[in-house]
Ligand binder design. Structure first.
Ligand code: MYA
Length: 429
């Protein structure tokens, strides 16, 4: 009965069953129960009773100026990611020890170019790139990072940090190092007068403000089948599956082209208006928009792809979409080393203001079909998207299939009634 009650709470929270995985009550979370995050129980009492706002007032004077004690044999280090060697160390740690699927078939492989992009967003501070080294060998064994982000949650805009890339070497797992890293990055945020954070985790912890599900659209079905990602449905054949996912070579939207620096103002304006419809969204400055959407010319491998639609008559930018490149290592497969995945990033369309929802749906389907074609032509194997923004309007029609994974969205030191009206937050890892 206890388990049932917990299931109901998480279902209530997320609208999704957790399948009994990772379900513990607050008392079972020795670390999280000490942190300024809402408890499951609080939510179970009724979301109508929740008033959005800060959980704990932080007195910066009382925040320690020094890092907390580290376990014997290990030491804190602030990583300097401008130094290519140190960037490479973070890359090595993550490519061997970062997130895997539950069956350990795939592991995220963030390229150094990707890490540069994700960790050096405008306003980044090196103090928020926190590492742990083994004192004797100086080997990097753990990492956690933050970048600054302006986040609107309903009507309130928060100066947040976005916490990501928490990773502990496999040999040091289950030794309570993660809470030490989390407390240290928290301290480093507090001393900079940042008292809230956003983060996403695949596991259920106390307590998500929203939960999204992963959807996958095969591009190279045969390879996905060979690596064990896509099953062959009963009664189908390989040829039929390949045919099902076949895409044309050419896009069909009139005026669709690669986004250029001259489009930034118009595309940002469009995105800002579009995101106003969401309950939670990043508030982009121009500099941030350029950073996140315009591919850097300096990097070895391209990380982000952005396109606009320029109306041939009016010359107005009517639509915009983007996706990013994140490979996964295929663990122990003879034929393939990596799966090349494109992740849908931000998009916006004038059709969002059409009174008629069907018009939005039709427009998004047209745009996303072209987006899939472009990703396919860029040699991606699979196209991933979450159930956020207006994605549910095109996932099925564009032949996405529901994945096993969910992504929970969390706020630190901020209480908010569960978000139903759409969220923007990009597909963080
Ligand atoms: S999500 C990606 C996380 N990384 C991975 O999954 C990579 C592979 N796994 C690992 O490297 C380790 O398993 C990690 C845990 C490091 C994840 N978020 O040290 P432990 C809690 C939050 O014995 P380990 C991302 O990067 C766990 O519930 N808490 O465990 C966003 C337990 O606490 P409690 C987590 O397995 C990160 C305790 O830690 C996570 O050796 C956002 C166990 O510690 C997790 N992903 O190491 C972090 N995993 O007993 C929060 C486990 O209470 C940021 N735990 O249940 C909060 C905001 C901070 C800034 C605030 C500023 C104002």
């Amino acid at each position: 009965e206890q388990a049932m009650r917990k299931m109901n709470v998480s279902e209530l929270l997320t609208g999704l069953a957790t399948g009994g995985k990772n379900v513990k009550d607050m008392a079972g979370h020795a670390f999280w129960k000490t942190q300024p995050v809402p408890s499951f129980e609080e939510l179970a009492r009724g979301k109508d009773k929740i008033v959005d706002g800060e959980i704990k007032k932080i007195d910066v004077e009382k925040v320690s100026k020094e890092p907390s004690q580290m376990y014997p044999g290990f030491e804190w280090v602030t990583m300097d990611l401008k130094d290519e060697k140190q960037l490479e160390e973070v890359y090595d740690l993550l490519s061997n020890h970062y997130v895997e699927d539950t069956e350990a078939m795939f592991r995220f492989k963030y390229s150094p170019s990707f890490l540069n992009w994700a960790l050096k967003a405008p306003g980044w501070r090196k103090e928020w790139h926190v590492g742990v080294r083994a004192t004797a060998s100086k080997k990097l064994v753990a990492f956690i990072s933050g970048i600054p982000v302006e986040l609107r949650v309903r009507k309130n805009t928060l100066h947040c940090s976005e916490i990501n890339f928490l990773c502990v070497h496999k040999k040091l797992r289950s030794k309570r190092l993660a809470p030490v890293l989390i407390k240290e990055i928290t301290r480093r945020c507090y001393v900079e007068n940042v008292f809230q954070a956003i983060y996403t985790v695949g596991n259920l912890l106390p307590t998500p403000v929203s939960t999204c599900r992963y959807f996958h659209r095969p591009l190279n079905w045969e390879k996905l089948w060979e690596v064990g990602f896509s099953p062959l449905p009963q009664g189908s054949t390989k040829q039929r599956q390949v045919l099902k996912y076949k895409l044309p070579d050419k896009t069909s939207t009139l005026g669709l082209r690669i986004m250029e620096p001259k489009d930034v103002d118009a595309a940002l304006e469009l995105l800002k208006r579009y995101l106003e419809r969401m309950d939670m969204a990043q508030v982009f400055s121009k500099e941030e928009f350029e950073h996140w959407m315009l591919p850097s010319k300096e990097v070895k491998e391209q990380v982000v792809w952005s396109y606009v639609v320029e109306d041939p008559q009016s010359k107005k930018i009517t639509d915009f979409f983007s996706f990013y490149n994140l490979e996964s290592t295929v663990i122990g497969n003879k034929k393939h080393d990596v799966v090349k995945a494109a992740y849908l990033f931000y998009y916006a369309t004038e059709a969002a203001w059409d009174q008629d929802k069907a018009a939005l749906k039709a427009r998004l389907n047209k745009l996303m079909k072209d987006c899939l074609i472009l990703a396919n032509n860029a040699d991606f194997d699979v196209f991933n998207a979450l159930t956020l923004l207006d994605n549910p309007l095109f996932l099925e029609e564009q032949k996405f299939g529901a994945g096993d994974g969910s992504l929970h969205y969390y706020l630190y030191n901020y209480r908010a009634a569960p978000l139903g009206g759409g969220i923007d937050m990009r597909n963080r890892p």
